[in-house]
Design a protein around this ligand. Structure first.
Ligand code: NAD
Ligand code: ADE
Length: 415
């Protein structure tokens, strides 16, 4: 089988939405034009395990323009946009992804993209890379790209254990990725997911944000912008202090549990909201997760506490507790922005996926000389993406004068 998708007839809608995303991805478009002329990925076979969205489609088309052949599988069972999968298959790209697929199908799809004998791997969460170190350790791989914080943490653990067997670029660590995608992308799209599932008014609500890293920062600021009273829960004292000085109330999770109307987790950690929190929450409290895996909300505990459970609206599950309180979980506790909405807007994925495309080109050029380890995208490529984005926005970038350059480089110059 050279693809496994839900409905090929959705292709025309997927094509229109991919085109709309492309219009808002000027940096990736520039790279695609250059790739088409220079063909830096000629003959390279790529396995990509990513969210199957309109933005990912544009990345895939960029890699293909550069000469690569690409097979795509979903990096999350709930994030696949079936019309996008259909459009890509219509263009001859093997896609293995169906929205709502079960765990067996998810792993079968990962194996399917590895069956194409790739030499480059694009991963989002490190599930494919992990597979390449367990069941598929026989496959020779030139290198990989990792999209998200949780994936990079897993890769660094593999490198520390001395088991990582090929070089990987931690695309997430590029500044043009995590300072924009994680902050502004997650900030907006996580709230978008909650809005689509619930249509609540944020103004006047108490929103508890658990984790004040890049994603939590974005969520807290956007929720405040909509008029919410924002409470932050953090374990890192410096980040907790930053949250306090940026105007948010900082509390322990148990104190926050009693006051929140909406809870959003973005920690990359396990069971940050669990039975002891559910026991204190208000009737109709809304729970959602923006972290990579669906383990941040302990839904097994909630399920065992509940007397009944029903789908109240699309992407909104109600749990009825014995004392009559109802708790509402968005998108099954999976990435709320991709499960209940469309993920980050193309405008910000433009930079993340420009970083991905440049990382692939860099690995093809240098991968054979690199030791197995986790690498950052070279600074000049990170800056190139920022320059191209600024230019596309019509922004002017100031340049140092020669005198200023000398002054800043000198230790002798004083007053
Ligand atoms: P980060 O490391 O910058 O931030 C995570 C924060 O959570 C840290 O400040 C950490 O101290 C805190 N934390 C950890 N355990 C905690 C606990 N038990 N209670 C309170 N705070 C805790 O990471 P990030 O870049 O913000 O990413 C967070 C998660 O979101 C990761 O899983 C990442 O892969 C994922 N992510 C999702 C999207 C998306 O589209 N939804 C986008 C980017 C990243
Ligand atoms: N991660 C977050 N938003 C995304 C999107 N729109 N496409 C692919 N991956 C994403």
């Amino acid at each position: 089988m050279n693809h496994d998708i839900a409905d090929p007839s959705l292709a025309p809608e997927g094509e229109r939405r991919i085109e709309w995303a492309e219009r808002r991805m000027p940096v990736l478009r520039r790279i695609r034009e250059r790739f088409a002329a220079e063909r830096p990925l000629e003959g390279i076979r790529v396995a990509a395990c990513m969210h199957v969205t309109t933005e990912t489609a544009n990345l895939v088309l960029t890699l293909v323009a550069g000469g690569a052949s690409v097979a795509l599988a979903a990096s999350n069972p709930l994030s696949t946009q079936d019309d996008v999968a259909a459009a890509l298959v219509g263009r001859g790209i093997p896609v293995f992804a169906r929205r709502g697929e079960d765990a067996d199908t998810f792993y079968r799809h990962l194996h399917a993209i590895l069956d194409t004998q790739p030499s480059l791997v694009f991963d989002d969460g490190a599930d494919t890379t992990t597979l390449l170190h367990k069941e598929r350790a026989d496959l020779p791989i030139l290198g990989g790209m990792e999209e998200t914080t949780t994936g990079v943490i897993r890769l660094r653990a593999m490198a520390a254990d001395g088991v990582l067997r090929f070089p990987v670029v931690a695309v997430n660590d590029s500044e043009t990725k995590h300072l924009f995608d994680n902050r502004h992308g997650t900030g907006q799209s996580a709230l978008d997911g909650i809005l689509r599932a619930t249509n609540i008014l944020f103004a006047g609500k108490t929103v508890v944000v658990v984790g004040f890293g890049d994603c939590g920062w974005g969520i807290a600021h956007r929720a405040a912008g909509l008029g919410a009273d924002v409470v932050v829960v953090e374990v890192d004292p410096i980040r907790a202090l930053a949250a306090a000085m940026e105007g948010f109330r900082v509390m322990t999770s148990l104190d926050a549990a009693a006051v929140g109307d909406v809870f959003l987790t973005a920690t990359g950690d396990i069971h940050v909201l669990r039975a002891e929190h559910f026991g204190r929450m208000k009737d109709n409290a809304i729970l959602a997760n923006a972290g990579h895996f669906d383990v941040e909300l302990d839904l097994i505990a909630l399920e065992s506490m509940a007397e009944a459970k029903r789908e109240l609206r699309a992407h909104l599950t109600e749990y009825l507790l014995p004392d009559g309180r109802r708790l509402l979980v968005v998108a099954e506790g999976r990435l709320v922005n991709l499960g209940a909405a469309e993920g980050h807007p193309a405008d910000v994925m433009d930079m993340s996926f420009a970083d991905q495309a440049l990382a692939a080109e860099w690995l093809v050029a240098h991968g054979a000389d690199l030791e197995p380890d986790v690498y950052r995208l070279p600074r000049e490529l990170d800056e190139e993406v920022a320059r191209l984005k600024l230019a596309s926005m019509g922004a002017g970038l100031e340049v140092l004068t020669e005198e200023q350059r000398r002054y800043l480089a000198s230790w002798e110059a004083g007053t």
